[in-house]
Design a protein around this ligand. Structure first.
Ligand SMILES: Nc1ncnc2c1ncn2[C@@H]1O[C@H](COP(=O)(O)OP(=O)(O)OP(=O)(O)O)[C@@H](O)[C@H]1O
Ligand SMILES: [Mg+2]
Length: 285
């Protein structure tokens, strides 16, 4: 799965993403407000939040798909441009071209003008990286959902993005495949370091993979209240992480509580958790 072949196309380094005083409104409705968030180069940031709070909107802004109503989004200090080439997106559905092979679907992600030989080498490297060695000649209908999603990741990585934007990338997969894909993403992040912003609804997934987790939530109890960052938690727990770790259990409980879910666990860990909840900007080590 992990290739030692060097990349055949140029390798931009991971980029820093910076949202400053970011506000996004649609018509007269403000969806996100006061987002000040810097994602350092190479960080794997997970974004959690209730449905409809603006997670996808935030990711789209990082790709330059839509302009913030006010404030700014910078990549390496420069404003994002429309469909910014420094970013790549992958979604819940793999969105592959059904009539193209997995190889061709991956190749589509390569920067325009990549020479034929370099393309062939790079596609092979990417398919190897996502655990699809020797499967490149198959077509999407011949592979499982998990395999299709691996190709979607390979296609996104083909751009050598400084920022990889993943919107619920494993949300449609069965539970076991999902766990495998989480570990695959960590392996890929090791092999081809890039800044990752990943949206999920799965608190366990967040706790397993993230360097840092931000939770978006409403600024007030009013039904139309816009969302902002209500938790910002750094996880220094070494990898591979034990999915049953007690240390992570109270982070999980804290996240569930931030998402408005009252669990017995959150009550029983409230004494420990309170030190992490004391401030909006929190570090868990
Ligand atoms: N282009 C648009 N025009 C108008 N409203 C929009 C637009 N894009 C998003 N919205 C609205 O902004 C809000 C946030 O949408 P968004 O898709 O970012 O939420 P989300 O947190 O990703 O939700 P989910 O978890 O269900 O995917 C929603 O109320 C949505 O209807
Ligand atoms: Mg969404």
């Amino acid at each position: 799965m992990r290739s030692s072949t060097p990349p055949a196309v140029s390798t931009p380094s991971a980029s820093t993403v910076e949202f400053s005083s970011y506000l996004q409104a649609f018509g007269d409705r403000t969806v996100l407000t006061d987002v000040d968030l810097t994602v350092p180069a190479g960080e794997l940031l997970v974004i959690l939040g209730p449905s409809g709070c603006g997670k996808s909107t935030l990711l789209r802004s990082a790709a330059g798909l839509g302009t913030p109503t006010s404030g700014s989004v910078l990549i390496d200090g420069e404003a994002v441009t429309d469909g910014d080439e420094r970013t790549a997106f992958a979604f819940q559905e793999p969105r592959l071209l059904p009539w193209r092979t997995l190889e061709k679907n991956t190749e589509i992600g390569l920067p325009r003008g990549t020479a034929k030989d370099a393309s062939r080498t790079e596609v092979a490297r990417l398919l190897d990286l996502v655990g699809l060695t020797g499967r490149g000649a198959l077509r999407p209908r011949e592979v499982s959902g998990g395999m299709a999603q691996r190709v979607s990741l390979a296609r996104a990585l083909a751009r050598r993005p400084g920022v990889l934007l993943l919107d619920e990338p494993f949300g449609a997969l069965d539970a076991l495949t999902r766990l495998q894909m989480q570990d695959l993403l960590l392996a890929i992040h090791d092999e081809q370091p890039t800044t990752v912003l990943l949206v999920t609804h799965d608190v366990d997934e967040a706790v397993h993979i993230a360097d840092r987790i931000v939770v978006l939530g409403p600024v007030s109890e009013s039904p139309d209240a816009p969302a902002t960052v209500v938790r910002d938690i750094r996880l220094d727990e070494p990898r591979p992480r034990d999915r049953g770790s007690a240390e992570l259990a109270h982070v999980r409980a804290d996240l569930l509580s931030a998402l408005g879910i009252d669990t017995g666990a959150s009550r029983s860990t409230s004494a420990r958790g309170s030190q992490h909840r004391a401030e909006d900007r929190t570090r868990v080590s």
